[in-house]
Ligand binder design. Structure first.
Ligand code: NAD
Length: 361
């Protein structure tokens, strides 16, 4: 029997509720597919500060490094808002991404047919949309040197540097080609090579890598054009690959095109490690009420099945189960619309588990 060790970092706010729900789903997947998942918990975020004084204790990092994948809830909350920046819960997140060298952030944006009306776009435009933005996560203008506010001729100037080495570009581009190959085999590379040298290099590397992936169709778009095309023809995109700052903006745009925050999963992957988490935060306003939407975290686990464990069938079945439960009209309050059945975290999870069993047959 195949065995996978999963590091479980529940975090703060609704983190524990949505992660517990997801672990129940994973246990059912293990039973249906004859694999074994072992879950080992670690502290991160505000709760880690309370118990150890550090938002990412060494034991947590060690646990993640010795696991096959990491499942994370969310961190942060008003209790820790007044701490200095370097001691805040969110620092734990930034550090874990850096320590595990997670250089590619994967953000799927898929329209769920039963929720199509929650998109700000017309149903006929958004129908069939199923794209994935691969954003480079550890380079670009966010990290490039020099940076700072300096004085020039008695006036202040702000400086940041957009910088990418060819190795940094190549590893994320290769990852995006590999992912496209597992999906509909279309890759859109986004840059600003009409004005930026760094983008010129990006485009060159993409073309070089294309030779290793002759079965994947490639298009290049300038970032401004891409931003427009995502709202004009979202359903024509499959995988989009781009640098850190362009990806930051485009992945949020793609997310809003398809609807609710409570439905958006993500993965951050490197050569050795991978971390899966919902896009949303710790939602302190609804924590402990039993009404949080667990679907973003459950879909993050589906990405884990696909990208870390190569359990593509199980991942697809889980997505179909989510869609079916939505089709039957079950909704947590954040995605509720008139005429649907309002349920809490536990009932939504029960329905997904029941449907998984039904679909597996
Ligand atoms: P948020 O995503 O936590 O919440 C925004 C709104 O969406 C809230 O009204 C919330 O109730 C709702 N919401 C979010 N997820 C939901 C879910 N699964 N089900 C139902 N409703 C949901 O963003 P925020 O309020 O700006 O931040 C709250 C805290 O989370 C802050 O401390 C922030 O720093 C932190 N945060 C953490 C992460 C992370 O852990 N990756 C990301 C963003 C924000």
């Amino acid at each position: 029997m195949k065995k996978f060790k999963i590091a479980v970092l529940k975090g703060d706010g609704i983190g524990p509720e949505i992660v517990d729900a997801t672990l129940r789903v994973l246990e059912k997947v293990a039973e249906l597919y004859g694999v074994e998942f072992s879950f080992q918990e670690g502290l991160i975020g505000g709760i880690a500060i309370d118990k150890t004084g550090d938002p990412l204790p060494d034991e947590t990092l060690e646990l993640c490094k010795s696991s096959d994948a990491v499942l994370l809830g969310a961190v942060g909350g008003p209790k820790w808002d007044d701490l200095p920046t370097h001691k805040r819960p969110e620092k734990g997140l930034l550090r874990i991404r850096k320590e595990l060298d997670l250089f590619a952030n994967l953000r799927p944006a898929k329209v769920w047919e039963p929720l199509i009306d929650s998109s700000p776009l017309k149903p006929e435009v958004v129908k069939g949309t199923d794209m994935l933005v691969v954003r480079e996560l550890t380079g670009d203008v966010y990290y490039g040197e020099p940076r700072g506010i300096f004085e020039e001729n008695g006036k202040r100037v702000g400086v940041n540097t957009m910088k990418y080495s060819e190795d940094e570009i190549r590893r994320v581009v290769r990852k995006a080609f590999e992912i496209a190959r597992k999906r509909r085999k279309k890759l859109t590379s986004v840059d600003k090579s009409n004005v930026l040298e760094v983008s010129g290099l990006w485009k060159e590397i993409v073309e070089e890598e294309k030779k290793n992936f002759p079965d994947v169709e490639l298009e290049h778009l300038y970032v401004d054009n891409c931003a427009m095309q995502i709202v004009r023809r979202p359903s024509t995109f499959d995988v989009i690959v781009t640098g850190n700052i362009f990806g930051d903006i485009l992945s949020d745009e793609a997310g809003v095109v398809v609807g609710s925050l409570g439905m958006l999963p993500s993965a951050s992957v490197g050569e050795k490690y991978a971390l899966y988490e919902p896009v949303h935060g710790s939602a302190p306003d609804i924590a402990g009420k039993g009404i949080a939407n667990p679907i973003a975290t459950i879909l993050s686990a589906s990405m884990m099945l696909k990208y870390s464990f190569s359990m593509d069938d199980a991942a697809d079945l889980l997505e179909r189960a989510v869609e079916e439960v939505l089709r039957k009209g079950y909704r947590t309050p954040d995605i509720y619309s008139e005429g649907c059945k309002k349920v809490g975290t536990k009932e939504m999870t029960d329905k997904i588990i029941e449907t998984l069993e039904e679909l597996k047959g």
